[in-house]
Structures are given as structure tokens and as C-alpha cells.
Design a protein around this ligand. Sequence first.
Ligand code: TEU
Length: 549
Amino acid sequence: MTDVPAAAWWRHAVGYEVYVRSFADSDGDGVGDLPGLRDRLDHLAWLGVDIVWITPFYPSPMHDHGYDVADYTGVHPEFGSLDDLDAVVARAHELGLRVVIDLVPNHTSSAHPWFRAARSSPDSPYRDYYIWRDGRVPGPPEQGGEPPNNWVSVFGGRAWSYDRASGQWWLHLFLPEQPDLNWANPGVRDEFDRILRFWLERGVDGFRIDVAHALAKHPDLPDIPEARRPADPHDIGDAVSQSQWERYEHPYDIDQEEVTEIYRRWRRVVEPHGGLLLGEVYLQDPAKLARYLNPQDGLHLSFWFKPLHIRWSPEAVHQVLRGAIDEVPDHLAWVQGSHDRSRAATRFGGGDLGRARSLVLATLFMGLPGVPFLYMGEELGLEDVEVPPERSQDPIAVRHAAPERARDNCRTPLPWAPVPGLGFTTAEDAWLPFGDRAPADTVAVQREDPSSWLHRWRRLIEARRSFDLTNRHIQWILEEGDVVAYRRGHTIVAANCGDAPGELPLPEGDWEVGFDSASSAAGAPGDRKPALVGTLRLEPLRAVILHRS
Ligand code: TEU
């Protein structure tokens, strides 16, 4: 794979995911919105990130909190207006931030005019925008009718719903209210070219592409086989990995050869605008990811999700980084959290243990080729909020009675200040409960304290600027043990991922500490740091970035 053009603006960036419903509420309705985001962008600039990815803000019946889009070129009134979106982009650009918006091309909402037309008649020109088939056994399910094949929804249950009027079934890899688009139809392709241009012309800097691996399906829609995967010793083994979806192999419903044609086409659309294509390619095998990331005509970047699925151990950390970087250097967006998974600090053990592990992993991400992303609140060391079942909002929990898979716990309002409403809203309550956030969890309190998690993360992000990121070669220093360490040019990144003191043999030369996760204060600018030679002792869960002095 050839190099990324040096001019690519995102190459040295750090990204930040804003789950818009829970970031900042400007109008007191308990739901985050675009003006709320605009007013807090200066905080993100202070933190030092470069890219702000905003989750869907489009008109939507909100069956899946905006991932069911009813109009791809509008803004849901709950979040504001198109003018408010323009204002977000304008303010972001003033601050030197780039805006990446969430595009949901695998499915629309069932309330989208295309689907309404498609459902209204098999003769509608929009019928073929979606995937309709006769049942294997004709008739409605309650009379013994059977869907066209055995595919299952990611959220649970079958991937087909029956349409009484036509006697056919429509395909949905998610909710019935999220019918899958038929990307084999040229009309669908044209529509999305227009949608991409609409936003690029408004000034957005790129797209995070929802379920980017699923757009193309096998034309014959064959049954999928049950899984025969060997157990992964590092897998966390939670409710997600035991879901119905994971009990199958997916050779026909996702990750089809044809999907890359779509991105080849999109590259031509975004290129004149310098737009970024960042795929949510949810495949756990890095070799499969590589196919989407051809530097000439593929996605520019894809998230690498494996770190969200590991049970913490030094070996798992080492493997999850190294396995991916060997296959797809330069094109990974490194994440440890998202609005779909339990928060990193919680998954990694909770409390200060979980927080320290999360910062350790972020430090290891920071020097690797590609783009590290934070999920909002990671920088505060936030843990999940336990959302009681009666307050659940996630359709996975509400409809499929799978509270253990609910994604609500990581989606609660961001704690800005130790006041009622957390500085998130002036309302008494929010769409999800605030949880029992401590004053020390809040932005306001952490910003005042140089030893806080927030300041450590900020210093870490700043440290990335001192890397020579043009040198792409990663040399792993230690192959096993608790200390995970690599060298990139004149920089070393090392972290003790275990729970006993460890040692890092330093290559020849004088090294100085550029970032130390354990240091509770910023050095004054211009401070001379002592040179290190020989061996560096690393206490458990301490991560450092060293520069050759
Ligand atoms: O999530 C995608 C998603 O759920 C799958 O990629 C899944 O995790 C994977 O196939 C498991 O193996 C995105 C959004 O992030 C999520 O919030 C939406 O609910 C979903 O798409 C549907 O749009």
C-alpha cells in the first residue's frame, strides 16, 4: 500500500465523537442540539482535537436516535436548523476544527419519502430502491409464511418484515423502520452523489459512513451458515459477542466485493473538495479492512473496533495494535469507545483502574500512523451511567428485551459542571438520566485542576504534535511482557499495561520525556527535562512518550 499524500489534512489529526443528543442542550428541552454544540466548540479547540464528528442530526422519527434518516439534507427541529448547522461549521472553521458528519447510506427511515413511495405500490419507481422479495413460504408469518432467507438483524430477530399490501418482505439489517437500500440500483447511487455534494458545498469536511461494510448484498441472498469461528482468547465475551448476530457467519449479507465500487465513486465526488471518507467498517479482521482502504480509490480511513472488544491484558493490547498496523498502516482511525459500546473506563475495570488503562491505550494510539479518535467524555475518564430499564431508550433494549445490550449507559449527558442539569441543560431532566456524576467528573472542575484526567488527555494530545509523523516505520521494542512499546523515528511510546513494575530498555542515545501519564502537572514551558539513558522503570499503568534529545 502506498503512502498517504503528505498534504492530506487529516493525516496528523486527532478526532472527537460528539453524540449530539447528549453533548449540550441550548434550549432547555433535555436533548442536546447544534447551537449547544456551537457554543462549546471552543472547549474542544482547547482540548486540542482537530476533527469533530457529529452523530446524525437529520429529520428522523428517532426509532434509532437519528440513524433512521427521513431526509438526508435537512436538520431535525429537535437539533436546530440548517442555519444552525452552518453556524457549527463556521465556528469550527474559525477555531481551526474540521467537521465530519454522519452519513447513513445502508438504510433509510421507513418514513423517508422513498420508502413510503416504494411501499405504496410494487410499480413505484422507488420500489427497487429497497430490497423486496417473496417469502420462501408465501403468506403472512402468522399463517405460516416464511421470510425469503434466514438472515438476522444486528439488533436481534429476523432481518425481514412482511408487507401485507404486496405480500412481499423487505430487508432490514437493523430495525424494521430502517429498510436497507438497494445499492445495485443506479438511482440510489445518484441520490447519494447529490447528498454528498450538498454537504460538501455547505462546507462540511467529510463523512463518517455508517455500517460502511454492509451496503452491498449478495444478489441471490443465500442463507447464512452458523458460526464456526474459533473462540478469540482476548474477546471480552459480553452480551454483544453472544448476540444472535454473532452466532452466524456473514458471507452474503455484509462485506461483499461490490461495496468498494461505491467508495471508488464517492472518492471522485469528495476529492475536489478535499472531503474525508471515514468508514464504520465493523469487521474484526484487519485483512478484510484493507480491502476498503486502497489509497488511490478507497475510503481514506476506517475505524478499527477490536480495542472495544478486548478483555484487558498486555498481550491483548499488543495484539490489537500490532495486528492492525501490520495489515493497514496509515488508514486506521483508532478508537476505544463509541456511542454503541460501554465506555472504555468501565470496560477496562472501572474507577481509576479503568481510567488509567484507557489513558494508557490512548497513549499507545497516539504515535501510530492513522488518526486517534476520542468518544466524548473519555477525556474526563467517564464511566457508564447505569440507566434503569424503565428509562431505557435504546430500541435494542426496549424492543428486544435485551437490557444487557442497551447502548444507553454510554449515551447519557456530558457533565459540564457540578450543578443541577450538569451544565448540559436547564431542564430538570434530560432524555436519559444524568446519573450520579461526581463534581470531579465534570469539565468545569477538571479544567481547574492540572492533575485531572482532562489535563492529562490534553497534554497527551499536545504531545502528538511533537512527533515526526512523516516517518511511518513502527519498530516494536518488546515482543512480550507487560510493557508494550514501539519506536517511531526519534520517538518512543511505551506503556506498562500490567500490574507489576516493568522496565523498558532504551535504545542508545539521550531520551527525554515528552508525555508522562503519571505526571500530575504540566512542566513550565522551557523547563529542561533530565535526559534518560539505559533503562526506564515503568510503574503499572504508566505510559510515556519519549523523544530523543
Ligand atoms: O452501528 C453499526 C452496528 O451496530 C454494526 O456495525 C454492528 O456493531 C456490527 O455489525 C456488529 O458486528 C451503527 C451506529 O453506530 C449505531 O448507532 C446504529 O444503531 C447502527 O449503525 C444502525 O444505523
